[in-house]
Design a protein around this ligand. Structure first.
Ligand code: 13P
Length: 251
């Protein structure tokens, strides 16, 4: 039985003061920290990570980053390395978000190098895959996502692939309020699991947690996460509001 995984992706929102206020409010909303049975993560901007690590200590809430370079160090002005994130105690890192692919030219080959390095450093990668509206309209979503997986997961062992998280985020549903239907989301998450089985073996497919992301809100989260192949959610806008994120994670 896979444990549900619900991660908030704050994107480029919240100063440190705002992040700390969120942490206090979020902690206060949590009724019974011992009875969660699910992994909850907050993926914050780099400059908020160290402060959040302290603020979330003892809560069991995992700390996530939104990107990392694929080297431990080097002449890469403006970048942050997996070693630097590991030192802070970051647990998981989003890789290949569609906003990184679209605005910063991140390629499938980049995501692959990042996955290898993060796994080597003991952090859980959250690989994002998903298609544009144009691709969806011509029915090419399977092919597009399959390519992102084939390139992204290249060279990973079954155990490595099985321990990671993959988020299906259709670009047309991100920040648009236009959520994929539970059936559309479930169908693609099932497709992803079958693709992982073909690429990395059935054990990897059984272990990997496949999330849905794209306009997840308190009102639709339970139905989406109740679909058989969906192991959780990657939440953007609604993760910025403590009450909304607490309702989504089920506190
Ligand atoms: P929204 O939940 O704001 O649509 O964002 C989804 C997302 O991109 C999470 O990574």
């Amino acid at each position: 039985m896979r444990k549900k995984f619900i991660a908030g992706n704050w994107k480029m929102y919240k100063t440190t003061a705002e992040a700390l206020r969120f942490a206090e409010a979020f902690k206060a909303l949590r009724a019974d920290p011992g009875a969660d049975g699910r992994d909850v993560a907050i993926c914050a901007p780099f400059t908020q990570l160290a402060a959040l690590k302290g603020a979330l200590a003892g809560t069991g809430v995992l700390l996530g980053a939104q990107n990392a370079h694929f080297s431990d160090e080097g002449a890469y002005t403006g970048e942050i390395s997996p070693a630097m994130l590991a030192e802070i105690g970051v647990d998981c890192v989003i890789v290949g978000h569609s906003e990184r692919r679209e605005y910063f030219g991140e390629t499938d080959a980049d995501t692959n190098r990042k996955l290898h390095k993060l796994l080597e450093r003991g952090m859980v990668p959250i690989l994002c895959v998903g298609e544009s509206l144009e691709i969806r309209e011509r029915g090419g979503q399977g092919q597009a996502v399959e390519r992102q997986l084939a390139e992204g997961l290249k060279g990973l062992s079954p155990a490595q692939a099985g321990g990671m998280v993959i988020a299906y985020e259709p670009i047309w549903a991100i920040g648009t309020g236009r959520t994929a239907t539970p059936e559309q989301a479930g169908e693609m998450c099932g497709f992803i699991r079958r693709a992982v089985a073909a690429l990395c073996g059935v054990d990897a497919a059984e272990g990997v947690r496949v999330l849905y992301g794209g306009s997840v809100k308190p009102g639709n989260a339970a139905e989406i996460m109740g679909m058989p192949d969906i192991d959780g959610a990657l939440v953007g806008g609604a993760s910025l509001v403590p009450e909304d994120f607490a309702r989504i994670v089920g506190f």
